[in-house]
Design a protein around this ligand. Structure first.
Ligand SMILES: Nc1ncnc2c1ncn2[C@@H]1O[C@H](COP(=O)(O)OP(=O)(O)OP(=O)(O)O)[C@@H](O)[C@H]1O
Ligand SMILES: [Mg+2]
Length: 272
């Protein structure tokens, strides 16, 4: 059951509004007592692709990890479809930032994709034929079926990225966090990845991506969360991504004049 009563709502009050896929309240995270996220509030919309945008060191990966319970928080709460994270972990898929993965891990591309099924199979239990075939189908979806038996460490960066996407797909999650899924991939892989993300969105899944390329934010995403330790702004791309919010997010180091894609997008928004 993915719907819950809102606080203050009684059972007789009629149908509850569906809970947000992700509700973050007053989240503060610190490393070595230095806060890198400060009192972050964010409610994800239930439709549309979401980008998290901000400069290096802004806390984007930390935000994703805190939402997944991978780093401890000083304060705050994370709810997934209205419930605490612990109860909803199986609904979440994760594609980590590339640099954070140990690529010497002795596993084939198919083994890695099949890891997405462990939540359904149970750890330390053999991966049955049906699950392996499901994992293979996910490799096929990202154009990696021909590399199923290749060791993960012997794939190129873009190919490894596709395999991690396949692992997330194999999980059949409801909400996906992807940390820079387009980093270091060629144009063909970028197109393949965005198609997969759009298919997930069309299938009612929530997709939240850390994204660095300001030129493509407006083309690829419907909503944006501008983050730099704090939330600078969040909402639909058209009304949220503008000169002032970019300036504040990047501490004055960047504005739309630096970024043709954003300049075009801001001009179109202004003309509308
Ligand atoms: N495990 C850690 N221990 C100590 N400090 C950390 C740790 N991980 C991240 N940091 C610091 O926390 C801050 C936020 O890091 P984070 O990785 O969340 O940034 P980011 O926005 O994802 O950056 P990038 O765009 O470079 O990936 C940075 O100053 C970083 O140096
Ligand atoms: Mg990061």
């Amino acid at each position: 059951m993915l719907f819950s009563l809102r606080s203050g709502q009684k059972p007789g009050d009629g149908p509850a509004a569906p809970a947000s896929p992700l509700e973050v309240r007053d989240l503060t995270v610190a490393y070595n007592r230095k806060p890198v996220l400060w009192s972050v509030d964010y409610t994800a919309p239930s439709q549309g692709l979401i980008a998290i945008v901000g400069p290096n060191g802004a806390g984007k990966s930390t935000f994703v990890k805190a939402c997944l319970g991978l780093v401890p928080s000083v304060s705050g709460s994370v709810k997934v479809y209205g419930s605490p994270l612990g109860k909803r972990r199986s609904l979440i898929g994760y594609v980590p930032q590339r640099e954070s993965v140990d690529w010497d891990f002795p596993a084939s591309a198919l083994d890695v994709a099949a890891m997405g099924r462990y939540g359904m199979i149970g750890w330390c239990r053999p991966v049955g034929r049906a699950h392996r075939e499901a994992a293979r189908a996910c490799l096929d979806r990202v154009g990696m079926a021909d590399f199923a038996d290749r060791q993960i460490g012997q794939l190129s960066g873009g190919q490894q990225q596709r395999v991690f996407l396949a692992r997330a797909l194999a999980q059949e999650a409801r909400i996906y966090f992807m940390d820079e899924p387009f980093a270091g991939v060629d144009a063909a892989t970028e197109r393949a990845v965005i198609q997969v993300l759009r298919d997930l969105d069309s299938a009612g899944r929530t997709v939240i991506c850390v994204h660095h390329d300001l030129q493509t934010v407006a083309d690829y995403f419907d909503h944006v969360l501008l983050l730099n330790t704090r939330v600078v702004a969040a909402g639909p791309v058209g009304s949220t991504l503008n000169a002032e919010t970019l300036h504040r997010t990047y501490g004055g180091r960047l504005g739309p004049a630096d970024v043709p894609g954003v300049r075009k997008h801001v001009a179109e928004a202004g003309a509308a």
